[in-house]
Design a protein around this ligand. Structure first.
Ligand code: AMP
Ligand code: MG
Length: 538
């Protein structure tokens, strides 16, 4: 722990730390990054590794505000020093946590924060507890064979997507800052023997808790039932205060599990609403708070393809494809249920919650889909319409985001009941010439049924437009847009990150002059690495 201690005379100096994870849970007696397997402990004390020449790339002012930091605070040299891993504020006690997980369906044993280091927990003026965590700040006991570092491209993606999700209304961890370290990092992007040096970077992430399903699984796998119980009780009192009134014991564990399942339902339904594919939904990448966490080989659906996965590592089995995300979430919850079983000892009660995940998900998703389509409410009869939509959307390449955004312009007048309504699709199609013959007939059939349903609803156009535009974003973090921001940043131009973040601050409102940020994927991006294909290399 040889990092300099920093005492800034600005808002940073006012951050008050209350490191409950360290205080309430047992830690590893050994410090430092030597690799080891933990027993009877939840974390190891380890400091960030100092970097050669840190440079601030971007700050998300909304996240800074959450911490009570002003733009001037964020522009200070102390800010850069601390959030690039080169200094510690009074009260910071850096540590990494131990977790396990199922990767691609297989138990992987101990994983842990291999390149994440928590600096400490603050309680903000609203009383909200927030953990500050650096990603890419060097080796930890959990780095296994890797280097604990992160590169600029993956850090830009994590930074932008965290904030994009927040502004879209999707539960997510937040990003405070993105810095270059000045160090070079070796990566083989496609794992094909073409390793190259890339600029290293660090992101500071912020969340009330970074606790993952895998934290529970690790304790269960080690057979440490007492510590498992202590961990759950810590988690409940710290992060689920609404459940703290239930006495410790099976009833509390079940209520907690039901709450995690409910939050996971909401999170995944939002992913489906905005066309987000996480790409690596391993159980170690599932937050118990139901926040989207670990932005790695994620992607955004452009042409609607339920079978699409952005992750090249997942290209064979497509376990983490778009349409499979709800089922994977349920499978992950099953693993979490197994982990906490020793605290409940009632398989039927856990199974009941798992079974209700499915019904709750369908209900949540139908309600959202109804909103996306501008229906006053989703009715049982609408299942046929939405199933048919899922099919017609796969007949020809159509941009999911633009399709929903444009749909409000459909001609619903009675006198158009035998007209061709497919003009509303044109600007969303990747190749408008494909809209002929049977494809056009099928689409027109669907649009006619939809228009009839809207006539039934008798909502005014203004009301429908407002409702639809509130859930159908115009701007999402399209894969190629991230890549353009990365390309510029790698050349030393960070302005595209700034502008991209600014566009995403208001994703549901048309922003004149920023049409390029709402555009369909250009043809060059269809096959470019980083746009259509991503790997776990980061
Ligand atoms: P994930 O890609 O999030 O599923 O990561 C799986 C595990 O690998 C986690 O324990 C990560 O902390 C760890 N990991 C990923 N990249 C690195 C890296 N560059 N250095 C050390 N650990 C890493
Ligand atoms: Mg991870």
């Amino acid at each position: 722990m040889s990092l300099p201690s920093i005492q800034p005379a600005n808002g940073l100096g006012d951050l008050k730390f209350d490191n409950s994870f360290l205080r309430e849970l047992p830690g590893d007696p050994e410090e430092g990054p030597a690799r080891r397997q933990l027993t009877e402990a939840c974390y190891s004390r380890v400091a960030p590794t100092a970097t050669a020449a840190p440079k601030l790339v971007a700050v998300a002012k909304e996240t800074a505000e959450l911490l009570g930091l002003s733009p001037a605070d964020c522009a200070s040299t102390e800010f850069l020093q601390v959030f690039s891993g080169n200094g510690l504020l009074t009260g910071m006690q850096p540590f990494s946590t131990c977790y396990g997980g199922h990767q691609f369906g297989n138990w992987a044993g101990q994983l842990g924060d291999g390149r994440a280091i928590n600096l400490g927990e603050i309680v903000n003026t609203e009383g909200q507890r927030l953990v500050l965590q650096l990603k890419g700040a060097g080796e930890t006991p959990y780095s296994r064979t890797a280097d604990g570092l992160a590169v600029l491209r993956s850090s830009v993606r994590e930074f932008l997507c965290s904030e994009a999700m927040f502004h879209l209304g999707v539960p997510t961890t937040r990003a405070l800052s993105l810095s270059l370290t000045g160090d070079e990092v070796m990566r083989d992007v496609l794992y094909n023997g073409n390793a190259a040096m890339e600029p290293g970077a660090v992101v500071c992430r912020v969340s009330p808790s970074f606790t993952r399903f895998g934290h529970y699984q690790m304790l269960a796998a080690r057979g440490e039932t007492e510590l498992l119980e202590q961990f759950l009780n810590y988690n409940v009192t710290t992060d689920f205060p609404q459940l703290a009134g239930i006495a410790p014991g099976p009833e509390r564990a079940l209520a907690w599990f039901a709450e995690v399942a409910a939050r996971t339902t909401t999170m995944v339904a939002h992913w489906m609403r905005v066309g987000f594919v996480h790409g690596v939904m391993n159980t170690d990448n599932m937050s118990v708070l139901g926040e989207t966490i670990d932005f790695g080989p994620y992607g955004w659906l452009e042409d609607y393809d339920p079978d699409w996965t952005p992750n090249t590592t997942d290209a064979q089995g497509k376990r983490y494809r778009f349409a499979h995300q709800p089922a994977v979430a349920q499978w992950n919850l099953l693993q979490l249920a197994n982990a906490i079983f020793p605290l409940v000892n009632d398989a039927a009660a856990l199974e009941k919650i798992l079974a209700s995940f499915e019904t709750n998900y369908v209900e949540t998703w139908n309600a959202m889909l109804g909103q996306k389509l501008g229906l006053q409410s989703f009715e049982a009869r609408d299942g046929e319409l939405t199933d048919a939509l899922n099919s017609v959307m796969q007949l020809t390449e159509i941009d999911m985001t633009l399709f929903y955004r444009n749909l409000v312009d459909i001609d619903v007048r009675e006198e158009s009941a035998s007209a061709d309504l497919t003009g509303v699709l044109t600007s969303a199609l990747y190749d408008p010439a494909t809209l002929t013959g049977d494809v056009q007939v099928a689409w027109n059939g669907w649009l006619q049924n939809y228009a009839a349903r809207l006539r039934d609803d008798q909502q005014t156009l203004d009301a429908r437009r407002a409702a639809m535009n509130a859930v159908n974003p115009l701007y999402v973090l399209r894969n190629y847009l991230s890549q353009l921001a990365i390309d510029a940043a790698e050349q030393g131009d960070f302005s595209r990150i700034e502008t991209q973040l600014d566009v995403l601050r208001d994703p549901y409102t048309e922003q004149p002059g920023r049409e390029e940020y709402a555009g369909k994927r250009p043809e060059w991006a269809r096959t470019r690495v980083g746009c259509s294909m991503l790997s776990c290399s980061s």
